[in-house]
Design a protein around this ligand. Structure first.
Ligand code: ZN
Length: 411
């Protein structure tokens, strides 16, 4: 996906604002002699920004407008070290609501819906984002906040809520509770919009089955407005995002080189309109790819694939970088294997070796399947793994994708 002239113009406006404000990034641009961009090549030469910059600029060093224009603050959790603080102008707050309202629309939510919001309020971007988007769309927001399951279920029944917004783990807990109490038929819920944390396919499936609802997975992060910058459509083919607000690139996390559309790598986001805290080429460390084809839903918004982990998960073997997600992609092209797999990497006789364990049923020729999988990994990623085919049920079950990779070189 190439950056267009309108997007370049917006990037220039952001760079000029940052320089004028002498913000953390503004000073950096001035030091490096960067006053703007005229072409895609200029844009690609701009330095990346990182979460650690935001910590360094704590608390308000990234503010890029005079303080009297700031109307709100949000902050990310900050489990390690300083938190990240993001200032918003009135325009930023409105732009975020516009994007979030689009997410609801993409999920088929209308003014007639009653939306029970069970995500956290306060410094978090979740609760208030879900609420502002809902109100902007014109649906009825029921701002519950998280927890207190008794009260949530009561309101769900009494208010006849049709849409639930929650983290995936809370939605799972609710789904189990609803099942236990046998009250599903008293509820009017049709859709769940989940966000704020990664969800495994298994978790998603469990919520979907237990609640018999459509599930939508919202994307976002505090640094870039918050949740609401993208969502899957009912065709479940990746995440549509709003390219009038964001420019997205996929890079090789090791080299920083921009990858062609379709290839997996790290998601890098540029905010085109954000005023309070604009970010240019912000490294999210989330792994995805740009889906080049148009979505079958007909929407013209571009798409990224669902997030498949973090670039910190990248594995290097025999000089080749790969992500467990790429192996999973390849395995999905073999209908005869189950969804479980395990990757073991070891260092034997002076060289790295990858063993790939996959499961199939007894009707398949194990040796033939193993060599076909090995050949496909070689042709798509560039090295040949030792493939071990086992009977279905032999491999350990795990909800975490990362637990499927055992790197014995560092143990
Ligand atoms: Zn679509």
């Amino acid at each position: 996906m190439h950056i267009n002239q309108q997007q370049l113009d917006l990037v220039n406006q952001r760079i000029q604002a940052m320089c004028a404000a002498r913000s953390f990034y503004g000073r950096r641009f001035i030091e490096q002699g960067i006053a703007g961009v005229e072409s895609e090549a200029d844009f690609l030469a701009l330095p990346f920004s990182e979460k650690k910059d935001l910590r360094e600029a704590y608390p308000l060093g990234i503010m890029s407008v005079p303080e009297d224009q700031i109307v709100r603050m949000h902050s990310s959790s900050g489990t390690t070290g300083k938190p990240v603080v993001i200032p918003y102008t009135a325009r930023d707050v409105e732009d975020w609501a516009i994007q979030f309202a689009r997410c609801y629309e993409m999920a088929g939510v209308t003014k007639k819906d009653r939306v029970q919001i069970m995500t956290g309020y306060g410094l978090w971007t979740a609760g208030v984002g879900f609420q502002a988007g809902c109100e902007r769309l014109g649906a009825m927001a029921i701002p519950m906040g998280p927890g207190n399951t008794e009260k949530q279920l009561r309101m769900m029944i009494d208010m006849e809520s049709t849409v639930l917004c929650a983290t995936s783990s809370y939605a799972l807990l609710l789904a189990e509770e609803i099942g236990k109490r046998g009250i599903r038929d008293q509820l009017k819920i049709k859709k769940c919009i989940l966000g704020s944390e990664r969800m495994s396919d298994m978790m998603r499936q469990t919520i979907e089955e237990k609640l018999a609802v459509e599930i939508y997975d919202i994307y976002g992060m505090t640094e870039i407005y918050g949740p609401g910058i993208g969502i899957n459509c009912s065709h479940e083919t990746g995440i549509h995002y709003w390219d009038d607000f964001l420019y997205i690139e996929i890079i090789n996390p090791d080299t920083g080189e921009v990858l062609p559309d379709g290839e997996w790598g790290e998601l890098v986001i540029t905010t085109l309109r954000k005023e309070g805290a604009p970010l240019i080429r912000f490294r999210t460390h989330d792994l995805s790819r740009i889906i080049p084809e148009k979505c079958s839903c007909g929407a013209s918004w571009p798409r990224i694939d669902s997030i498949r982990g973090r670039s910190d998960d990248m594995v290097k073997i025999k000089g080749v970088n790969f992500f467990p997600a790429q192996i999973e992609e390849i395995l999905q092209t073999f209908p005869e294997v189950s969804s479980e797999y395990q990757i073991k990497i070891s260092h034997l006789d002076g060289k790295d070796t990858m063993r790939l364990y996959v499961e199939t049923n007894g009707s398949v020729d194990f040796l033939d399947l193993a060599s076909r999988i090995a050949a496909r990994v070689k042709s798509r990623i560039g090295f040949t793994p030792l493939v071990k085919v086992v009977e279905i049920g032999v491999l350990p079950r795990s909800e975490k994708k990362t637990a499927r990779v055992v790197d014995m070189r560092y143990q």
